[in-house]
Ligand binder design. Structure first.
Ligand code: GLU
Length: 550
């Protein structure tokens, strides 16, 4: 029996060859310089912020070169697959407006693109053709090592301080004759298919990573598994080779954790004579923890999961900006010069990624977000708030929709001016900033009156003001001069300078007076423009509120 016979015996139904697939998935006809990137998640549950950074870079790199960004579902590990994971991934891409150009969704049977299937478990025949080819050429072989044998090899290697893996003399089945292998398979023995590595660990090769520069690695000499015995699907390494080759990926953007697999991938591409794509291994995402800097952790840090940003209601703009800022060191500078440009206009440069790690900072995100929200129109903030609260605060959603115009006016306080207020970074913070403008929320309030003033003094200010002075139709200047008149009438000083010179002559000053009014109406010491607040509340509601203080 030859290796070719063995290959036929293992894969009797696989008739297509590598050449057939080469023809079926030809080079893409794209303009010079166009890049093909992909997001290739394993549907194992949630999206880490590091995955999201890869997505953003994938997207930018494809869009800025008029290329293609596609989604591939890497579902070869059914044991780790979590229900709803694919839907969540899709949701995130849609939420952030980074929809892939090519994809396949099994649940809705939607698909786009001619380089599919884009779901690995549907590509079994393709992988088998490639594996069959290798076995046929004697470059891969069935391996019958049991789990116990592999455990004991690992133990002995650890004990003897050797490299871990199936290589050299540990690769017990690499030289088994095709006849013997066929016999064992016929007897129903379980096997994996392993690459018959031709690498030499003592030799080095150079590898260009677009982010990390030229790196040197020892050649791979490990007979890595390429097909699993459990479900006959390929391992990550082998699927990477087949898929990124046939789908004509030009740039693989993936996490740092894959750098150590480069020697394996280098050997696989060389074995088939395929051109390797270019690689960008993204930096780890770090955070400050006290005075330490450490890797962001999905266990310790809620912000490691992408669900965090949606729950909090960070606008998509803010999240993408924060990610771009850590992805490329010159992004912020570019943004200063191009305040209104879409982020995809930025020319992403892998060389400007920080190799030592990208420091993510929630304060920075908050700053970006506060700025962004402060520059929007009130109607735009209303719409964002409406969408967010529909999902995360239904009661508040009903309230703002019941008083839509009013809420918009509230959101507009101190907005249309040179330096608009920056009260909130996320939509979940808005309620905490404007709650007192809604009677429905203005219940059981705690008034923050200054303790220097007695209840009588407070009532005197409030009653005199609203009975004798306040007129809803006053313009701001008149409003202010009435505040002065009120102060003078009740023995508070209306001129701060005079007050400072002779504080004992007065009960207090005009700031105290307006503060009493502010607290009386809102319960708070600090609010935005009191004049506008009073106008928006309207006299009737104000009087109702004042009565409650009693
Ligand atoms: N499925 C792999 C992962 O989720 C993909 C890595 C890659 O982008 O090649 O980590």
């Amino acid at each position: 029996m030859t290796t070719k016979d063995l290959a036929n015996m293992i894969f009797p139904d696989i008739t297509k060859t590598i050449e057939d697939y080469e023809k079926e998935y030809p080079e893409r006809e794209l303009k010079e310089g166009a890049r093909v990137t992909r997001y290739a998640p394993s549907p194992t549950g949630f999206m880490h912020i590091g995955n999201f950074m890869s997505v953003v870079i994938d997207y930018v790199v494809a869009k800025q070169t008029n290329g293609i960004f596609y989604l591939r579902n890497e579902d070869t590990d059914s044991a780790r697959e979590q229900e709803g994971a694919v839907e969540y991934i899709r949701h995130v891409l849609e939420h952030y407006n980074m929809n892939p150009d090519e994809y396949e969704y099994r649940d809705t049977k939607e698909t786009k693109g001619i380089y599919g299937p884009y779901i690995q478990s549907e590509r079994k025949d393709i992988y088998h053709a490639f594996i069959k080819h290798l076995i046929s050429e004697g470059k891969a072989y069935p391996c019958f090592l049991t789990q116990e044998e592999m455990d004991s090899i690992r133990e002995s290697q650890t004990r003897d301080k050797r490299r871990i893996g199936i290589y050299g003399r540990f690769a017990k089945y690499r030289d088994l004759s095709p006849d013997e292998a066929a016999e064992r398979i016929k007897n129903g023995e379980k096997y994996t298919v392993r690459l018959k590595s031709s690498g030499d660990f003592n030799k080095k090769f150079k590898f260009d990573d677009l982010a990390n520069g030229t790196m040197e690695f020892p050649e791979n000499d490990i007979d890595i598994p390429i097909m699993k015995s459990s479900n006959l699907l390929p391992t990550y390494h082998f699927a990477h080779l087949v898929d990124d080759h046939l789908m004509r990926t030009t740039h693989v953007i993936r996490g740092q954790e894959w750098i150590s697999s480069v020697p394996v991938h280098y050997e696989l591409f060389k074995t088939f004579g395929f051109k390797m794509p270019k690689y960008i291994h993204t930096s780890l995402i770090l955070k400050k923890d006290g005075d330490k800097i450490r890797k962001i952790s999905k266990r310790l840090d809620p912000e490691a999961r992408m669900t965090y940003y949606e729950e909090k209601g960070y606008p998509i703009y803010s999240v993408i900006e924060a990610i771009m800022t850590i992805a490329n060191s010159n992004y912020e500078q570019w943004r200063e010069g191009h305040p209104d440009a879409p982020f995809t206009d930025f020319e992403f440069s892998p060389k400007k990624m920080s190799a030592s790690g990208a420091l993510f900072d929630l304060d920075k995100l908050d700053n970006i977000s506060k700025n962004y929200l402060s520059k929007l129109k009130a109607t735009e903030v209303f719409d964002l708030l409406d969408t967010w609260s529909k999902e995360y605060d239904v009661e508040f959603n009903e309230l703002i929709n019941k008083y839509k115009e009013y809420t918009t006016n509230v959101l507009n306080i101190e907005r249309e001016q040179k330096k608009p207020r920056k009260d909130y970074a996320s939509l979940s913070e808005v309620k905490g900033q404007i709650w007192y403008m809604f009677d429905e929320l203005f219940t059981d309030v705690e008034y923050q009156f200054d303790e220097r003033f007695s209840k009588e003094a407070i009532n005197e200010v409030l009653n005199t003001y609203f009975n004798e002075f306040y007129d809803e139709n006053d313009d701001k200047d008149t409003w202010f001069s009435k505040m002065q008149q009120l102060s003078d009438k009740l023995g508070y000083c209306s001129n701060m300078k005079e007050y400072k010179e002779n504080p004992d002559k007065y009960k207090g000053n005009i700031a105290d007076v307006s503060n009493i009014i502010r607290v009386g109406v809102t319960s708070l010491q600090q609010t935005p423009d009191l004049y506008v607040i009073l106008k928006l509340l309207g006299k009737d509601r104000i009087i109702e509120r004042i009565k409650k203080i009693g």
